[in-house]
Structure formats: structure tokens, C-alpha cells
Design a binder for this molecule. Sequence first.
Ligand SMILES: *Cc1c(COP(=O)(O)O)cnc(C)c1O
Length: 508
Amino acid sequence: MASSSLFQGSPFSLKSNPSLPKSHASPTHFTIKASKHHRRPADENIRDEARRHNATHNHRLSAKYVPFNADPSSTESYSLDEIVYRSQSGGLLDVQHDMEALKKYDGEYWRSLFDSRVGKTTWPYGSGVWSKKEWVLPEIDSDDIVSAFEGNSNLFWAERYGKQFLGMSDLWVKHCGISHTGSFKDLGMTVLVSQVNRLRKMNRPVVGVGCASTGDTSAALSAYCAAAGIPAIVFLPANKISMAQLVQPIANGAFVLSIDTDFDGCMQLIREVTAELPIYLANSLNSLRLEGQKTAAIEILQQFDWEVPDWVIVPGGNLGNIYAFYKGFHMCKELGLVDRIPRLVCAQAANANPLYLYFKSGWKEFKAIRASTTFASAIQIGDPVSIDRAVYALKNSNGIVEEATEEELMDAMSQADSTGMFICPHTGVALSALTKLRNSGVIKPTDRTVVVSTAHGLKFAQSKIDYHSKNIKDMACRFANPPVQVKADFGSVMDVLKKYLLSKAPKY
Ligand SMILES: *Cc1c(COP(=O)(O)O)cnc(C)c1O
């Protein structure tokens, strides 16, 4: 199938002669900025500009909710404009795209379209999520989108960490946490809040959006709702969250309820409340968020010029993200952008490892557990909502599950930091999983491997301070690098510096 309409009148030319697919005769089917050299008028902003271009928008693509992994005979489905979180039988939902409509365009078409949008400010394609709009929410009006131009995150070549600790030459860290609110949750939240914005414009009964969370989800929800002027309601367990976790929703003007219970208690309460009040539920049960998160997988392929890595390692808690990565990779294969998908590894904290235990049992029987405290606090979950999604993703990608103890994950984080990164404990879990798979020979020294980093290290500064001051019970903190206390006189400073320089001097 030939590439088509987008490039008509655009600054791009294709190797093959562009011709329109028969059923898509409109040259304005997808619109991008057609006038390269004309600056938009002074009284027009980028949203106005998109609106003007969209006047001729002609939707042929669509998506709907269906029960996750439904029986082929099932006809149950819902419009994305309905407010529905679960299937009739109480199971998970999934956003299903009209793949036949997408397949009218070939892989080269999609690769060129996505590549053409990177690094621009054209609304809304400057976002790493919305640059894939046709695969995310094809029917939403660009005018309804709430975006902070999230995504397009750095794929960091971990040269020194790979060489020094693993003997690897092709190791990469996808820094999803170098983002608007400091975690990959932004990728999903831009989609959820955009859809809510659309529902409100359609006068659907949504007065506010709510979630229960101790950290990254509430931060992302609060920021996107604030950007759109939509009330955000956040349920947080009292006295169980740090200042860093609390300050983001407060600063963004969310209505923060501090409730005398734990995370599970907050979750239970918000579910009961959203059943009674016109509050839209933003927890990870919501399958809209995964549509945004899956763009990180597409972005990885794009950053490798559409060459497929051998392994992708994702830290998992509620287990939505591992499925989102699978879905992104799988769509790229199904639509001909690449010819295979990477093997996926889900990495869990040993203190919160129900998926690991299930995998080790040969997928025999899943048992929810009571998760213990872990420094990787965002994955401290014993009864993951998206367990079925994760199992599906792993079985269909020849996947593996690994685990990391507290000492392993903190050591890995500290070693990575010592090579110039500043990662979060969850990324430490993923790096520990990599170390184990390297040591057992499953991952080879030359395998191209991507470790997904899920949050910014600055959000977890306290855990690093505790480690480097060797202030963690039952942990050796072998790679601690505490500051040296020194008297305020020249001689003392010279003494410690000379000792340090000698220890670092090259041996001749
Ligand atoms: C939410 C989160 C995770 C876990 O993602 P799941 O989809 O729940 O598996 C991992 N790391 C960080 C930093 C997170 O915020």
C-alpha cells in the first residue's frame, strides 16, 4: 500500500511516488502544517492554528472500548465517549482501534508521518504522545487536547554503566521520568484528561477527576487538570507520604483529602465515591491511560531508526505499563513499521512480587500477596489491577519476570548514579533484573537492551540520602559516597584532598 495524503503539499517528499489509497481520496485526511515559510498571524496562537487546519478534518479512523482479551464471538463494546471503567462481567476494558482502517496505510507511511512530527511545536504533534494521535485517540478534536508536550524523552546510551558493570556495549535507558511531572504517568494522563475535557464540552456529567495515589499518578492528574481548568480530587493516606509526594498536587491546586488509612483504604473510598458523584475515576484500571503510555514503545523504535532492540525491561507494580509497551510494539509490527517485537522483561521488587511468583510457578495459579515496604514505593502493590494484561504481554513476547531485593535495587541505583545517571529506585529494580539475566547468560553482552526508567531520581532524593549516609537498617550500602567532614583550615583541607587525589591518580 502506498504512502499518501499527508505529504501532499507538505515540505516532505517520499522515495516512492505518493499516491492516495482508493478509499481515502481526501488530501486533507490528516492535516499537518502545510505552509512551511509563513508565520502564523500575530493574533493566532498554536491552538487557533490547529483549529483552522482542522476545519477540514475528515475522520476515517476510530477506536472503542471492548472487554480486554475478549472471546472473538463477543460483541460487547462502548464508545470512548461513554463513562465506563469495567466490562459487563466486571473485567478490564481495552481500547481497540479499527486496524483495518489503519492498515490502509503502509508501514513506511506511518514511519514517515511520525518522524515528520518530532521536535516541532505544531499543536498537538509537538507532544510525543500526540505525534501518534491517529493511534491514540483518532477521533478527538485537537482543540480538546490537554498536553504539556510530554514524551519525546531521552534514550540515554548507558556507555559507562554497560561497560563497567555488565560488559555490554549496546545498553540504553529510556528516561520516561524526565518529563513534565517527573514520571511516565504524564503519557497516560494527557490522554485521560483530554478525553475528560471532550466529555465536559459535550456536557457529560463530569464535574471533576479523582484518583487515589501516594505519588506519581496524583502529581500527573493534578498538573493536567490544572492546565485545563478541571477540578482534580486526590485521596492520599495521611502521614504515609513524603513532602515531595505531597507538594505537587498541592502546588497545582488539587483538592487534596488526607485520609486516615492506607493506599488500599483510599482506593476503596474513591471507588465508592465515584459511583455516587460526578467524579471521573483516573486510576490505572482506566484503559485510556495505556493508550498514551504505549507511545513510549513506538518512540523507542523511532529513536533506533525503526530497528528493533532485543530486550526491553520495565519495572512493574499495578502492571499496566508492561502491557502498554507490549501494545505499542505489537501495533508497530501489525501495521508494518517493524517486522518483530523485542522480548519483554517485567522487573518487580522482591517485597512486592506477585507476578514474579506467578511466573515462577509456570503460570499455574495467581495469588495476590500483602506487599511489604520497598524503596520502589510506586510498585509496592500486592494485588495488581492489570495482572491479566501483564500475563498476556509476557506470554506473547516470550517474556520473563525477574525480582530485586532492597539491597540489590539500591546498590544498582547507586552504581548507575555513579556513572552519571540520577535514577529512581524503580529503575534500580530494572537494572538489577538486567544484572541477573546477564549473569545467567540469558541476555548476551552484545544484545541491544533498553531499560525503562519510570520516574525522575529527584523525586526519590530521600532514599539516596539515606543510602549515602548508610542510614538504612540491615543494608551495607556498599557504594555509599558520604561527604567528608573537615575543619575550616587550609592544612586539614589539603590533607584530605591529597589523600583523595592519590587514590585517583593513574598508576604508571
Ligand atoms: C506507576 C509507576 C510504576 C508502575 O507502573 P505500573 O503500570 O503500575 O506497573 C513504576 N514506576 C513508577 C515511578 C511509577 O510511577
